[in-house]
Design a protein around this ligand. Structure first.
Ligand SMILES: [Zn+2]
Length: 469
């Protein structure tokens, strides 16, 4: 396909200035000969600036394809370092780069893949302080994170800066892809309409206890690979302006008509499902209630304030992540024991002391302490009194102390609170029964303790031969 740029570049002399180097013509030839992509599409990629937030399971394949396709400038942001547990899915990192900042490792791999592009690693977290400046300095943002707070932050920053977000998510066996705050406009014109932002799709943040990340819930590498690759593809479409991101000819001037004529979709994938790929039509943006992309007058009428500055927003509270007060933490000290105490006294006092592992059965099967009992936290959470009753029945009558254990000491602390409170309630009921002259229970109450740091701490401080995962 002949484009303006192509005509400019064509000339009788081989010395004439060309927009690409000879190596780039050869490298990008297969995509440049695609109808509608052409030299123009390639030059748009070369001139583009893309921000990738997260150099993990999604960020790696996204960066890989964007770098290979010749996106001229890519900034990759991640504060974490490469760990061995990343390597099964975060395909740009290698054994030899374990311990290196992920952003740096990913940038190294991308430069090896394509020396014609500029890749800038930023080994820091995206925050309310830097989000707007970073997002504003790029054409498109890829949300490749796995935490809710950063997702709101990226979306809010993108709305403030008028940028589009290619948002991916993957967990377990499923994933999703959506372009947020998507432009609906003709080339060279201000967008006359926008698709929904992250707050439009999720006006309220999920409760932290309902959020499972890949570290706790697991994820299959191919799933992150699929979603990350789809993110790269969507980004190429937006930048090169092909497919549904092409310049429209028939757009009306009315936002509703545009949304009806060109509805936006979220793609859902689940390779275990008989229909592994599905598209769900998105509702239009919430013009009257979205504090991020809503219309000022409508928000005002609804008594809502529009977000105009990220630093004034309390993202931590919005996401329900406020830390407990120091007083609360102090009171909780009694609830814990260390892995050393577990080793020194608990294991040697089997007649009265028991170890209960609250991880899911699939993790209990991977590795466990000898003699520990499995009571998954999910069962405890559903019905703590019933779980307590079953636990009592399964332990020797002489048991007076139970150490609760999980992978990192988080779920086991929640289990400690649930079981302690269920146990207190049971004691109260027994007291009432006694006052009614019923025969008292022969069993003594059980003291529940959380093993601080869980099996991770056990592996690092007590038994290095115990597998971590
Ligand atoms: Zn919105």
């Amino acid at each position: 396909m002949t484009t303006d740029e192509g005509e400019d570049a064509a000339g009788p002399s081989s010395l004439e200035q060309r927009p690409l180097s000879l190596g780039e013509y050869k490298r990008y030839g297969r995509q440049m000969i695609l109808p509608d992509f052409g030299l123009g599409g390639q030059l748009r990629l070369k001139q583009a600036k893309v921000l990738i937030v997260g150099a993990g399971g999604l960020g790696c394949p996204a960066l890989q394809y964007l770098a290979a396709a010749g996106v001229g400038h890519i900034t990759i942001v991640d504060a974490d370092v490469v760990e061995t547990s990343n390597l099964a899915r975060q395909i740009l990192h290698t054994d030899s780069r374990v311990g290196m900042p992920k952003a740096q490792s990913a940038a190294t791999a991308a430069r090896q893949l394509n020396p014609h592009i500029n890749v800038v690693p930023l080994c820091e977290s995206l925050s309310a302080d830097n989000a707007q400046a970073l997002v504003g300095a790029h054409d498109v943002v890829l949300d490749c994170t796995d935490n809710v707070l950063t997702r709101y932050l990226i979306s809010d920053a993108a709305v403030l800066c008028g940028k589009q977000v290619v948002s991916g998510a993957a967990q377990g066996f499923s994933g999703q892809l959506v372009v947020l705050h998507k432009k609906l406009s003709r080339e060279g014109r201000e967008p006359i309409a926008r698709g929904p932002c992250y707050r439009c799709l999720y006006p309220r943040a999920p409760r932290p206890e309902d959020v499972t990340d890949c570290e706790d819930g697991g994820v299959l590498g191919g799933v992150t690979g699929l979603v990350g690759t789809m993110q790269a593809l969507e980004t190429v479409k937006l930048l090169a302006r092909i497919g549904d991101a092409a310049d429209g000819d028939d757009f009306d001037t009315d936002e509703k008509n545009i949304s009806d004529a060109a509805p936006l979709y979220m793609t859902l994938i689940n390779p275990l499902d008989p229909v592994p790929y599905r598209s769900v039509k998105l509702r239009p943006r919430r013009a009257a209630t979205c504090r991020s992309c809503g219309d000022g007058d409508l928000l005002l009428a609804a008594g809502l304030s529009k977000i105009r500055d990220l630093q004034s927003e309390d993202y931590v509270s919005f996401c329900g992540l406020a830390k407990p007060s120091s007083g609360g933490q102090f009171e909780d000290q009694e609830a814990h024991i260390s892995v050393q105490t577990l080793q020194e006294s608990w294991q040697k006092d089997g007649a009265t002391h028991a170890i209960v592992d609250v991880r899911p059965p699939v993790e209990f099967e991977i590795a466990r302490l000898p003699g520990s009992h499995s009571v998954p936290y999910q069962n405890l959470r559903r019905n703590a009194p019933l779980a307590l009753e079953k636990l009592r029945d399964s332990l020797p009558e002489t048991t007076t102390h139970v150490a609760l254990l999980c992978r990192r000491g988080n779920d086991s602390l929640l289990a400690q609170r649930l079981l302690s409170s269920a146990s207190s309630e049971q004691e109260e009921r027994q007291d009432q029964q006694q006052s009614h002259k019923d025969p008292p229970s022969s069993r003594s109450p059980i003291v529940f303790k959380n093993v601080r740091g869980g099996l991770r701490a056990w592996s690092s401080d007590v038994d290095v031969a115990f597998p971590t995962y």
